[in-house]
Design a protein around this ligand. Structure first.
Ligand code: ADP
Ligand code: ADP
Length: 222
């Protein structure tokens, strides 16, 4: 479960990106986050992933109060989260397999377990046959799917995506969004920031609207 209470985020520049946000997303639920460029979508996801810290307010994620969390606890907290960016940040000099394996290597899994999990994740996104490919030889949509495999390879409870279809045409965008719907079906809590209203309104999930750092709707039930 994700719960924000009166969350305000002001960057050091003085820019107030989020103002007194209240939001509750049930475990296992899925929602889209939309709004104009600069509305605060990325900031909201970064607070939930503890990439940024709130200026004021309370933020509970999976039973932990993030504002109380000590820096040394952050890596353990992050294991519950999978995150996907518009620009997938793949390592160019590593194979698809090695890119997806990276989070598991960091977490100290055995070679055998890494092999099994990486292949399971690549299978989910339909790219098992590309495990030895270099990322640059893949299409943009395939590269994004590798990013998704890497984000889910450790089976996170929460999946966050920031404009995951920003560089894709409408058909590929729909494919990517249906992958997120599938992970949600498996029980993962999913929050996707996207300004592609035409697409996200057809997917049958709540659409949260951010405008100038404020949010209207505040509850997403499973
Ligand atoms: P969105 O994802 O909806 O485009 P962002 O969360 O990226 O919105 O940005 C919200 C506001 O916060 C914008 O005014 C943006 O310029 C500002 N902002 C975002 N990141 C930073 C930062 N690191 N430092 C200062 N201001 C920032
Ligand atoms: P296994 O549990 O044996 O690893 P599964 O077939 O259950 O294999 O899952 C295949 C892959 O799909 C997993 O490695 C993981 O990447 C992803 N996956 C499965 N279930 C979930 C889930 N609930 N949340 C996130 N990712 C998942």
């Amino acid at each position: 479960m994700i719960q924000l209470r009166n969350i305000t985020k002001r960057y050091e520049s003085g820019q107030e990106a989020l103002s007194r946000i209240n939001l509750k997303v049930d475990a296992g639920a899925m929602a889209f986050l939309t709004g104009h460029s600069g509305a605060g979508k990325s900031t909201l996801l970064k607070l939930i992933a503890l990439i940024e810290r709130p200026t004021r307010g309370q933020l509970m994620v999976n039973g932990a109060e993030l504002t109380q969390m000590k820096p040394r606890q952050v890596p353990y907290f992050r294991r519950q989260i999978g995150i996907i960016f518009q620009d997938h940040h793949l390592l160019r000099d590593r194979t698809v397999f090695d890119n997806v394996a990276l989070p598991l290597l960091i977490q100290g899994y055995s070679r055998q377990e890494i092999g099994r999990r990486v292949r399971a994740a690549l299978d989910r996104v339909g790219l098992l046959h590309k495990e030895q490919a270099a990322p640059i030889t893949l299409s943009t949509g395939e590269q994004q799917r590798v990013g998704i495999a890497r984000a889910v390879v450790h089976k996170p409870a929460i999946l966050l995506a920031d404009e995951p279809t920003g560089n894709l045409d409408p058909e590929l965008s729909r494919d990517i969004m249906s992958l997120f719907l599938q992970f949600n079906e498996l029980g993962t809590t999913v929050l996707v920031a996207s300004h592609d209203l035409d697409l996200i309104q057809t997917l049958g999930k709540p659409v949260l609207q951010l405008a100038n750092g404020s949010l209207q709707q505040s509850v997403v039930a499973d």
